[in-house]
Design a protein around this ligand. Structure first.
Ligand code: PRP
Ligand code: URA
Length: 209
């Protein structure tokens, strides 16, 4: 079973409360989603491999650590995942970005894929799949199915708010994928929304309804 981690640093909890508030407008919502993703990236990238290099400090020749050059791609699930990309790129600026478009049918809650564009070497990259919401898990599961079909094998899923139902479904479908979330909420309501959640992440990020 992959790792499941709630990254509940006080700064993250504070910022999450700001965006859960229904009075939080689009501008602040967008800024704070980016800030939380930035803070989460620090923990999500904790196991990135290092290697030794020899450098000259002003004092002596020294062996020090550098990232081993393992390649990363950030994969936002459209639309709402887009809000998390820049915050992660701030810490991992050399990462490439692939996009996968998924929408949930509002009646059946079934996900549908409508867009897929990746760097052509996803099979040799560490992928950080990002989407603020893990609700039923359908979108994340289908996105990862699709990435695996195209050769990806090394993936982490990063969200802001997860429902227990979605975590269970994703772990069962893809036990090899580590899951990171800023909060594990209580349950899904009858419309498939996370409770207490933060509402429709895509609409709140982009000001649509
Ligand atoms: C939302 C969210 C996830 C999905 C989660 O996207 O951003 O992708 O729902 O639900 P699930 O776990 O039950 O699949 P939505 O379909 O609303 O599309 P949008 O981002 O374009 O608004
Ligand atoms: N998608 C969202 O944007 N919010 C939810 O609570 C569930 C799915």
């Amino acid at each position: 079973m992959g790792k499941f981690q709630v990254i509940d640093h006080p700064l993250i909890q504070h910022k999450l409360t700001i965006i859960r508030d229904k009075e939080c407008g689009t501008k602040v919502f967008r800024e704070v989603v980016g800030e939380i993703a930035n803070l989460m990236a620090y923990e999500v990238s904790r196991d990135m491999p290092l290697e030794d290099i020899e450098i000259e400090t002003p004092i002596e020749t020294s062996i020090q650590k550098t990232l081993s050059g393992k390649k990363v791609a950030i994969v936002p699930i459209l639309r709402a995942g887009i809000g998390m990309v820049d915050g992660i790129l701030e810490l991992i600026p050399a990462a490439k970005v692939g996009h996968i478009g998924m929408f949930r049918d509002e009646e059946t809650l079934e996900p549908h894929e409508y867009f897929f564009k990746m760097p052509d070497d996803i099979d040799s990259r560490q992928l950080f799949i990002v989407d603020p919401m893990l609700a039923t898990g359908g979108s994340a599961i289908m996105a990862i199915d699709s990435l695996k079909k195209r050769g990806a094998s090394n993936m982490k899923f990063v969200c802001l708010v997860a429902a227990p139902e979605g975590v269970k479904a994703l772990q069962e479908a893809h036990p090899d994928v580590d899951i990171y979330t800023a909060a594990l909420d209580d349950h899904l309501n009858e419309h498939g929304y996370i409770v207490p959640g933060l509402g429709d992440a895509g609409d709140r990020l982009f000001g649509t309804k």
